[in-house]
Design a protein around this ligand. Sequence first.
Ligand SMILES: NC(=O)C1=CN([C@@H]2O[C@H](COP(=O)(O)OP(=O)(O)OC[C@H]3O[C@@H](n4cnc5c(N)ncnc54)[C@H](OP(=O)(O)O)[C@@H]3O)[C@@H](O)[C@H]2O)[C@@H](O)CC1
Ligand SMILES: [K+]
Length: 526
Amino acid sequence: MKIFFTNETKKLDRFTIENEPIKSIDLMERAASSVTFEIISRWKRNTPVVVFAGPGNNGGDALAVSRMLIEEGYTLDIYLFNPLQKLSQDCLKNRDRLQTIEGLKFSKSVKPSDSTNTFPHNGSHFTEITNEFIPPTLTKGTLVIDGLFGSGLSKPLSGGFGSVVQYINSSDATVVSIDLPSGLFGENNTENIPRNIVQADLTITFQYPKLAFMFAENEQFTGEWKIVDIGIHPDIIEQTETKYYYIEPDEAARMIMKRSRFVSKHNVGHTLLIAGSKGMMGAAVLAAKAALHTGAGLVSVLSAACGEKILQTSVPEALFIADEQDSHISDIVLNRSYSAIAVGPGLGRHEETARAFYKLLGQIKRPIVLDADALNLLAGHTELIENLPKNTILTPHHLEFDRLFGKNDTSYERLNKAREMAIRYHIIIVLKGANTAIITPKGDVLFNSSGNAGMATAGSGDTLTGMITGLLAQGYHPIPAAILGVFLHGMAGDLAAEKDSQEYITARDIISQIGQAYKKLHNYRV
Ligand SMILES: NC(=O)C1=CN([C@@H]2O[C@H](COP(=O)(O)OP(=O)(O)OC[C@H]3O[C@@H](n4cnc5c(N)ncnc54)[C@H](OP(=O)(O)O)[C@@H]3O)[C@@H](O)[C@H]2O)[C@@H](O)CC1
Ligand SMILES: [K+]
């Protein structure tokens, strides 16, 4: 799924209006019906609803939703903010349509003398605010619909609108934002004012997720978010280019390569994992198991000698290459060719390990996977990044990324830096987090949609490294190997959480669900 920038919204809108064709007000009606449907399916009709509508089309949506909810039997208190006495055309039309509802009480600005402004009123009520505003009481049971601003936000909210947002945020009400939490920019919020951004419990967003939703620091604003299809014309979606994508299950499923009936373990790849050291052998075990369960035919683990018994007992399917040293890897000799190599899980940072690793980087000609301590060692010699084979996969979490490429204050900044680095060095960066981003050497960013917070657990990253390397070994191109590996990993985590709970999950539980994750993806293909 493509992620567009919010400044493209009007273009997508216009094309749909001209080519479907559909009247602009009817497109708004369609968007509003989707929001209404979502609300009706979650909140009972006796839930008191307070609507905050702004002067633009986001406000228009909110007014259309208001009409639909009243028709459905909800009782609403609606506030339309019109301080400049200037509403967008469709907002105006929806205000007029609201007026046709029988029994709806109308008033202009609530004056300070009207201080009996407590909800619920006897029947629904509409107030257009042109100057002063006495806010209604927002209790725990109240549902707030936030339609103040959406994709048309042009500067951070301040003044009166800032106060309204702060008032909403300070209440115990449940908040649903239409399209975007009001005050949040769709992309860059570096210069934004956090206290003047609505903190929604649910954001119902139109057609495609916004880039800002992918960043951890914006979760406090978006809450849960859900995409609703409002029927933007497929041709304009196709024609409009973007660098940002959101990977859904059917897209991941299409990447799975069919295994030939005549396959042998030798032609589904021999994986080499350079991993483990004294006290961190579990990382090598997990990566080896993950590679095997993802489909690698053969897995060898090159590790510190102390790992031999551990590995051979816990992963009897894997071959073991013991280093001379008991506690760490001191030399890396590749005495045969491997289909895929990963370095890093549980590696440690012993001086001799570092030396062996740097020497290896000078020898390899094909893309490899670098994770964990391999990234930390690389951070000590960043000049070596220059010579990494094209399409080498780096799998840093945020701290590892910053150690490698310098500190970043926001996820937005980090993502831009990652794009720049991926392009400059022709590498693939798998930036791990809630929506892991796979960044290609062309600068395309693919956000993963599977996974859950329970996967923030020891060994989860080692598992991912094993999975991606296992795919590479089977002949997947590094880009689909990274995308599919990340997706499968997340889906296996989701299945594990479904089976037990997020809290319960360990890396082993993720591995135990790889098979079910494959099965689920296979079902998307039929
Ligand atoms: N194709 C789609 O996806 C569809 C989109 N739809 C809906 O339309 C929404 C976008 O509508 P929109 O373009 O009218 O913008 P919106 O967010 O309502 O705000 C604009 C108004 O706010 C004002 N304003 C801005 N910043 C401000 C500030 N800091 N402080 C104060 N004022 C500020 C701005 O003033 P201006 O900057 O022009 O001076 C203008 O008056 C979108 O989110 C979705 O809900 C659907 O209906 C159907 C199809
Ligand atoms: K909004």
